[in-house]
Design a protein around this ligand. Structure first.
Ligand SMILES: [Zn+2]
Length: 399
């Protein structure tokens, strides 16, 4: 088997994308080069995306971002999708800008990027700006319901980092913890009936992932006007255990953001006690817990209810994704690894897919060459991680 032949084989395989924040239709029709960059992780590199008018500004920005993995894969995507040979520079800026504007005059271009260019059969969508949406395309997008607001429903004034509080969203004034968890269960059931296939927790941007055990009495203490930090922690710890049990009952997997975020307390190993207490719940630990990728390998080794969702990781660092994938093949069965793009636009999604297929083909090819894997198993593994595992996951949510 030649490596190129193997990459071509992978490029033609359908994908079930485990995680995306693809923006609603009206955002894409207005896209420019600046818009694509602005709605991408290149905008997370600490140097503002230039307006495109000043040569000097573009040069300074390029110097800051051009070696970053986020930029490298997005640029490759744009060059490939818009058939441009020149790299992004002040001179080529308008060429990219015009190509993007023209393509998006076809209002379905962004969906075509996902369906035809990326080969996605389905995409788990986390619309954190309005949790639980399918962007009006239920054939393609399957909502993963963001549950951050559950952890801020202890009173009427708290808000999660997207500005939500589940009580306020549903016009409730509950002050009793039992009533509150009953209410949460009703919300989850309703969401499931509305088509949500998974739950998504992004609390690593707000607090440590060390969810300890808490009693009902401890949780109740936060349900007053001015709870202290410990009361809030206990409330959130208690609510997460309840949500894990409800998710198991409703057969909905829970996706949890691990790594980066606040950094302090965001490594996946912090979740070990929660996972050990909730063996009937399926946990998808996302992003390879970067930079603590070993945490994911260790947890999948010991806990059959833990899946590795390596969404975003090949874009953050292809090198880290490469290492983790090698480790996962060593320690975790082929049925519990999935990938998603974790992006806002079709262009960046295509770049994320390029990064992922580069890592996947490299790792599998090396293992075949080294005699650690036969060719048939390499193809089987690729199909599992690209499609079959996430398909099973979607099936879980539908039961
Ligand atoms: Zn995400």
């Amino acid at each position: 088997m030649e490596r190129n032949e193997f990459i071509d084989y992978l490029k033609n395989q359908p994908i079930m994308n485990s995680h995306s924040h693809h923006l609603p239709d009206n955002h894409h029709s207005k896209l420019t080069l600046r818009g694509v960059l602005h709605n991408s992780y290149v905008n997370w590199c600490g140097t503002p995306v230039p307006s495109g008018d000043s040569e000097e500004e573009i040069a300074t920005w390029l110097n800051a971002v051009r070696t970053r993995s986020y930029f490298v894969w997005l640029e490759k995507a744009l060059m490939d999708l818009y058939c441009i040979d020149e790299h992004i520079s002040a001179e080529s800026w308008d060429v990219y800008d015009t190509a993007i504007r023209q393509a998006h005059q076809d209002r379905d271009w962004h969906l075509g990027l996902l369906k035809e260019k990326c080969g996605y059969k389905a995409v788990l969508l986390d619309t954190y700006w309005s949790p639980g949406q399918d962007n009006g395309h239920p054939d393609l997008f399957k909502p993963a319901y963001r549950i951050n607001s559950f952890f801020y429903g202890y009173n009427q004034t708290a808000r999660d980092h997207n500005g939500n509080n589940i009580q306020v969203m549903h016009n409730q004034r509950i002050t009793d913890i039992d009533e509150y968890t009953d209410f949460i269960y009703r919300v989850l059931k309703e969401r499931k009936q509305a088509g949500c296939v998974a739950l998504k927790c992004a609390l690593a941007y707000d607090r440590s992932l060390a969810f300890g055990e808490a009693t009902k009495e401890e949780a109740q203490r936060a349900m007053v006007n001015e709870p202290d930090m410990m009361d809030i922690k206990k409330f959130q710890d208690y609510v997460f255990d309840c949500v894990c049990k409800m998710a198991a009952q409703l057969n909905m997997p829970i996706q949890i953001h691990t790594g980066l975020g606040l950094m302090v307390g965001s490594n996946a190993m912090q979740l070990q006690p929660l996972i050990a207490r909730n063996t009937d719940t399926t946990f998808l630990l996302m992003h390879g817990s970067y930079p603590w990728i070993g945490d994911i390998a260790g947890l999948t080794h010991n806990y059959p209810n833990v899946w590795a969702d390596i969404c975003w990781l090949p874009l953050i660092s292809s090198a880290a994704a490469y290492s983790l994938l090698h480790e996962l093949i060593d320690v975790c069965d082929a049925n519990r690894v999935v990938w998603g793009c974790d992006t806002w636009t079709g262009e960046e999604s295509y770049g994320a897919r390029l990064a992922f297929l580069d890592v996947l083909s490299r790792v599998l090819y090396e293992r075949v060459e080294a005699g650690l894997l036969n060719e048939h198993d390499a193809r089987h593994y690729a199909k599992a991680i690209m499609h079959d595992n996430a398909e099973r996951l979607l099936g879980m949510g539908h039961q």
